[in-house]
Design a binder for this molecule. Structure first.
Ligand code: PHE
Length: 497
């Protein structure tokens, strides 16, 4: 019977019934599985108050497999009795029958048969009565027909002990009319169409409520985004080279750590609305290390440590402005300041790979957020040669061996170098990173020893990922247009092959 027909019939039964119907009875009289009625009850319940259904559980007796066999063929004892002819049967022949053993002992205790042990040719069995009544079978047939009420508890328990009956609990519904009972149900709409909006017909329609408890489709497994796959590889390279990962878990940064501590002048265009995202709430960072802040202010406005500074007013209000960090070098600055606070300086090698934000004009290769990879080494007497050496080692691990360096400018490094590598596919030199030796104007106010130098470099994570996975438009890699199939299908990343 189709579901709609079941629902209709069920509603008609409820209408006719005095005080309600029982779902099991309905299932039985319609000759359908109980689950079909349960389904109809659930779908009616979802429509509001058409019906009211109360869950009930009741116990009833059911025949076990052995019980069913007896109901069909008779009890073992009856079958033993019937197997014994007038002239008797040897005990050993009886025992060959499948029901022989149990049947023999039951028939003996019922006094239906006797055993003549001294019989020539071995112990022999004879009937002792003319007829028997197979009560066990009769009782089981009653249970099977659902009229077990004729049996008392003792009888049922005996059959249970013989493992012919089991008691099962069944759950059913007691169904009565609901407040808005009706035998005709209007189908609920599952979709709001443009047509309904245009004609205004949605006002008269009855919409099916969302079922937020429905189980979703379980995904087969998760997949790592290509950026995360490449990040894993870069992290591995840094770890192999003995670098420690810096904590980059703050997207919001003060201008102080993002720019001022890095000796980036307050008038620098990068600190403009057009390049940087400013926060409106909380607009200002109020906790900045006071002594250090004074030294930063002095080196910017008056100079010091052999530098002339910018000879410009330095305003704390500008340094306090909260922004979305524009580079992970802000984190490197925090870490180097922390290092300088140690009683005794110890050389360090740090790295980070995390997200940064810039107010860029979006195009095929630029988004307002991307990931930076950054390496920092602080030690006594490091030179530009050390920087070139460590860059060679780092890029070789990426499978990039042909490197060229081009003088560049960063407010916080001197000298600064852009890093180029020869791209075999494009047959030209492409920029792969930026680097430099941090300025004394940055390091000395922090309190680092004068003979300590810090070399550093940075690159984006998106650029190598796009090259590796052959993606030309960054919007296919990041954002709402990403094709999940691309994520599923991208193989794991091996940078050196
Ligand atoms: N912070 C630089 C950038 O955003 C990268 C860089 C890091 C340059 C370290 C020099 C040293 O491009």
């Amino acid at each position: 019977m189709a579901d709609a027909r079941v629902v209709e019939t069920l509603l008609q039964r409820i209408e006719k019934a005095q005080d309600g119907v029982e779902s099991l009875n309905v299932a039985c009289s319609l000759g359908v599985d109980h689950q079909v009625i349960v389904g109809a009850v659930k779908s009616l319940q979802s429509l509001g108050e058409i019906i009211s259904a109360e869950l009930r559980s009741s116990k009833h007796w059911e025949l076990t497999e052995e019980g069913k066999e007896i109901a069909e063929q008779g009890s073992q004892e009856a079958r033993v009795f019937n197997a014994v002819p007038l002239e008797g049967l040897t005990q050993s022949d009886l025992m060959k029958l499948s029901f022989g053993k149990i049947g023999f002992s039951k028939a003996m205790s019922n006094k239906w048969i006797r055993l003549d042990k001294g019989h020539e040719g071995g112990p022999r069995i004879f009937q002792t009565v003319e007829n028997i009544e197979d009560q066990v079978r009769e009782k089981l047939l009653l249970v099977q027909k659902g009229i077990s009420s004729n049996l008392d508890e003792k009888e049922k328990n005996e059959l249970k002990k013989r493992k012919l009956l089991t008691e099962v609990t069944v759950k059913s519904y007691w169904i009565t009319k609901g407040n808005s009972f009706s035998t005709t149900i209007t189908k609920q709409e599952t979709e709001l169409t443009p047509d309904m909006i245009a004609t205004g017909s949605w006002k008269e329609k009855n919409f099916k409520p969302y079922n937020f408890d429905a189980m979703g489709v379980a995904p087969d497994c998760g997949h790592l985004h290509p950026l995360m796959k490449v990040r894993t590889q870069f992290r591995q390279i840094f770890l192999e080279m003995g670098f420690t990962e810096m904590p980059t878990n703050n997207f919001i940064e003060s201008s102080f750590w993002n720019f001022d501590s890095l000796f980036q002048p307050q008038q620098h265009p990068a600190r403009d609305q057009h390049d940087t995202f400013f926060l409106s709430d909380p607009a200002l960072a109020l906790e900045l290390p006071q002594d250090y802040l004074e030294r930063v202010k002095r080196v910017h406005s008056e100079g010091g440590f052999g530098s002339q500074g910018y000879k410009c007013d330095w305003k704390i209000e500008e340094a306090q402005k909260n922004i979305l960090r524009t580079h992970t070098t802000a984190v490197s600055a925090r870490m180097l300041y922390k290092l300088a606070q140690q009683e005794k300086f110890t050389p360090v090698k740090y790295f980070s790979i995390d997200r940064v934000f810039r107010n860029e004009t979006l195009d095929a290769t630029h988004l307002a957020e991307f990931h930076q990879i950054e390496g920092v080494v602080a030690d006594y007497g490091l030179t530009l040669g050390d920087l070139m050496g460590v860059l060679h080692q780092f890029f070789t691990k990426l499978g990039i061996t042909k490197l060229r360096f081009k003088p560049a400018y960063n407010p916080y490094t001197e000298p600064s170098m852009e890093v180029f590598s020869y791209h075999e596919g494009l047959k030209k030199w492409v920029e792969v990173g930026n680097s430099g030796v941090f300025r004394p104007e940055m390091l000395l106010p922090m309190g680092l020893p004068e003979d300590v130098s810090v070399i550093a470099w940075g690159l984006s994570l998106e650029r190598p990922t796009m090259i590796k996975y052959g993606i030309n438009n960054i919007r296919e890699l990041v954002g709402h247009k990403v094709n999940l199939q691309m994520v599923y299908d991208s193989p794991i990343c091996r940078l050196d092959s």
